[in-house]
Ligand binder design. Structure first.
Ligand code: CTP
Ligand code: MG
Length: 387
């Protein structure tokens, strides 16, 4: 990004569709005002000047949003986005005149304040493209098929391969875009500056955009989930070892002199994981959902309990981030079965095996596990809010 560049951010709209109490560009989003996000991004990318078009009378509001950031120039915007850009271009057209001829005029980037996230890679592409063209815009492919509409009826189709979704920032040679706005004869509600530039005959390069540049438009774009992004749960269980019973651990049948006793198949490891998952969503414990008093769970495959708990997690808008399980026993040795156990747990919980860890430890012959009277298991899980 060797060539100097200045930025105009248009923030003079009313934000009617978002319907936030203050216009959306001044509303708090992800910890700070929407406008502040892009101002900080352009400052970090090295913009020489940042000019913000704001509604008449909004100086104090805008200054509050940008508290502590120096050097931002405010300009009063117009009735439409196109007029706001034009006003800003005219207002700054004298900015660089005093500089000597050897200093190149900065390129100009024009950006919607309503697109808070501005990846530096896109800015760099836009500036690079101005080496060969007077204008460049970031675009993304259309992935859905397209229909032309007449009211509520389909009236035809369009070739998505020929079309692109257009974002901002858009980059221009300053004089070229100023001239384009001066001669613009279309309606004053041009969707973006590329339309104005093209009407003036400018060649416009297409560079790769980024989904992160998404525009905040509707009320739901501001809806932040009340749920925490991450929750954790822990589970602990013990079962007695008895002779003449099969031993199930993590859904894997293990050859051993003893097995675990309990109402179900007594898979102590799965029970600990189930309790951790239920704990993470605050949904009680395994006994609440599968009471030992209920005959239908006699000898039951504990895998069912884990599938059920994983479904409950999913229904609560979370997905399982990872599961970490520790089995406490003197015997049998767990190491040889570890992969089979991880595979089975991952399948039952519908997660990738990489998200499942199975560990084991002895208790140095101490306590009931040390004496081989029983096996204990403890689990920790992390669950993550779905996108
Ligand atoms: N904009 C502007 N001056 C206007 C109208 C819009 O500077 N007279 C800016 C907006 O502040 C926004 C960008 O242009 O950053 C894109 O416009 P849009 O998303 O349509 O925002 P609003 O016009 O504010 O919203 P709405 O159309 O829902 O009222
Ligand atoms: Mg608008």
């Amino acid at each position: 990004m060797a060539h100097p560049f200045a930025v105009i951010i248009v923030a003079a709209g009313k934000g009617l569709r978002a319907g936030t109490p203050v216009p959306k560009q001044f509303t708090r989003w992800r910890g700070k005002a929407v406008l502040r996000h892009s101002v900080e991004a352009f400052a970090a990318a090295g913009a020489t000047d940042i000019i913000v078009a704001i509604p008449a009378g909004a100086e104090e509001l805008a200054a509050d949003c940008l508290d502590g950031i120096g050097g931002v120039q405010f300009v009063t915007g117009g009735e439409t986005r196109q007029t706001s850009v034009h006003e800003a271009l005219e207002a700054v057209s004298g900015n660089w005149k005093h500089k000597d001829k050897a200093t190149p005029l900065p390129y100009i980037l024009i950006h919607d304040a309503a697109r808070p996230i501005v990846p530096q890679c896109v800015t760099a592409r836009l500036i690079d493209a101005l080496g060969n063209n007077p204008a460049a815009i970031p675009v993304l492919p259309v992935v859905d098929s397209l229909a032309k509409a007449e009211g509520s009826m389909m009236a035809g189709s369009a070739m998505r391969e020929e079309l692109r979704r257009v974002q901002t920032p858009q980059s221009f040679h300053f004089d070229a875009i100023l001239h384009a706005h001066r001669v613009w004869a279309g309606a004053p509600d041009a969707g973006d500056d590329a339309q104005v530039a093209q009407a003036a005959g400018l060649q416009i390069a297409l560079v790769e955009g980024d989904e992160a540049l998404r525009k905040l438009t509707f009320a739901e774009d501001f809806n932040v989930s009340p749920l925490p992004p991450v929750r954790v749960g822990t589970g602990f269980d013990v079962h007695r070892l008895v002779a003449g019973k099969p031993l199930w651990l993590c859904g894997v049948r293990i050859e051993h002199s003893h097995g675990l006793s309990g109402h179900s198949d007594a898979d102590v490891a799965i029970h600990a994981v189930v309790d951790a998952l239920l704990g993470a969503i605050g949904a009680g414990d395994i006994g609440d959902h599968f009471p030992p008093s209920d005959p239908q769970w006699r000898g039951a495959d504990s895998g069912l309990f884990l599938e059920f708990a994983a479904q409950l997690v999913s229904q609560s808008d979370y997905r399982i981030g990872n599961i970490d399980l520790t089995i406490l026993c003197e015997a049998p040795r767990i190491g040889p079965h570890r992969m089979a156990m991880r595979t089975t747990l991952a399948k039952l919980a519908s997660v990738d095996i990489a998200a499942v860890s199975v560990k084991a430890t002895t208790t140095e012959r101490l306590g009931f596990t040390g004496r081989g009277e029983g096996i204990a298991a403890q689990a920790a899980v992390c669950i993550v809010l779905k996108d």
